[in-house]
Design a binder for this molecule. Structure first.
Ligand code: ATP
Length: 269
């Protein structure tokens, strides 16, 4: 029997770049939420590491040691046959590879009874938060997590089908030293939260639009949302809606107008 784990989409509701260390790692201050949509992982014991990628978004995803799932299994020290059912677009700013790697580690822990004894940052800045898989403020180079309770946030995720490599987006930042997030209000009702969130930023959004102007069209397509912003280094953007029905109607409208884009309604939390 394979052991399964869910790899939720990760969304940066805000992403501030606050500095850069001497070793080149960027310092971040980000509010990270997770969606109820994502990829699925199954693992089973095998004589050697093997990866099968299936699902509607499998195209172009490497099924070898370049895949973060494979690297996660090697670091865990377990030979497994991993099945990755891909639903999220790759290289999209919603943590596909990182969330898949974290889910692989969760599934391997369930399979073997052995946890993760290596520094998850070796698999990327998003690994610690993806292992946690619940809303958190993420600081430092990804290692400093503060758990947060968020109101459930009905949302639409939209990806225009262009890959935005993270390196060039960071390189195009006009400044690497930007103010951190302001402290989140203690009252966590939706209006107070949205008012606070609107005053935060994604510092990578303008540089990503400079490289891929279609991202501005995605934000414009989400203009009826309470708040629309890019996640990660793009190109996926999210729009927040008052109720699930409004998010589903908006997703339907955007998908009808832009059939080439990936559009999904979900709840973030
Ligand atoms: P982030 O939000 O952390 O910036 P991302 O969503 O932009 O990440 P990924 O989906 O992790 O980016 O994909 C980045 C690259 O990593 C892809 O071009 C792909 O070749 C490779 N990759 C490695 N493992 C995976 C995986 N499990 N799923 C998708 N892509 C993967």
């Amino acid at each position: 029997m394979p052991t399964e784990a869910f790899a939720p989409a990760k969304v940066n509701l805000a992403l501030h770049v606050t500095g850069r260390r001497d070793d080149g790692y960027h310092l971040l201050d980000s509010l990270v939420a997770f969606a109820d949509i994502g990829d699925r992982i199954a693992v089973a014991h095998a004589p050697e590491t093997r990866l099968t990628v299936t699902g509607p978004r499998a195209g172009g995803v490497p099924a070898d040691a370049r895949n973060l799932c494979w690297r996660a299994a090697e670091l865990h020290g377990t030979h497994a046959h991993i099945t990755l059912e891909k639903h999220l677009p790759a290289a999209a700013g919603i943590g596909g590879g990182s969330s898949d790697a974290a889910a692989t580690l969760r599934a391997l822990e369930a399979l073997t009874g052995r946890g993760t004894d290596f520094d998850p940052l070796v698999l990327g800045a998003d690994l610690p938060v993806c292992l946690y898989a619940r809303a958190a403020r993420m600081q430092g180079i990804g290692e400093a997590l503060t758990p947060l309770d968020l109101p459930p946030l009905p949302a639409v995720l939209v990806n225009p089908g262009v890959e935005v490599p993270t390196g060039p987006v960071f390189a195009a930042l006009p400044s690497r030293e930007n103010p951190p997030m302001t402290d989140m209000p203690v009252a966590r009702d939706r209006q107070t939260f949205l008012g606070w969130l609107a005053a935060q930023r994604n510092d990578l959004q303008a540089p990503a639009i400079g490289l891929q102007p279609v991202i501005a069209q995605v934000i414009d397509a989400l203009r009826d949302a309470d708040l629309a912003r890019m996640s990660g280094s793009g190109a996926t953007c999210f729009g927040l809606y008052p109720v699930q029905g409004a998010a589903e109607r908006a997703a339907g409208r955007i998908a009808a107008r832009h059939p080439g884009w990936w559009t999904a309604a979900c709840t973030l939390g």
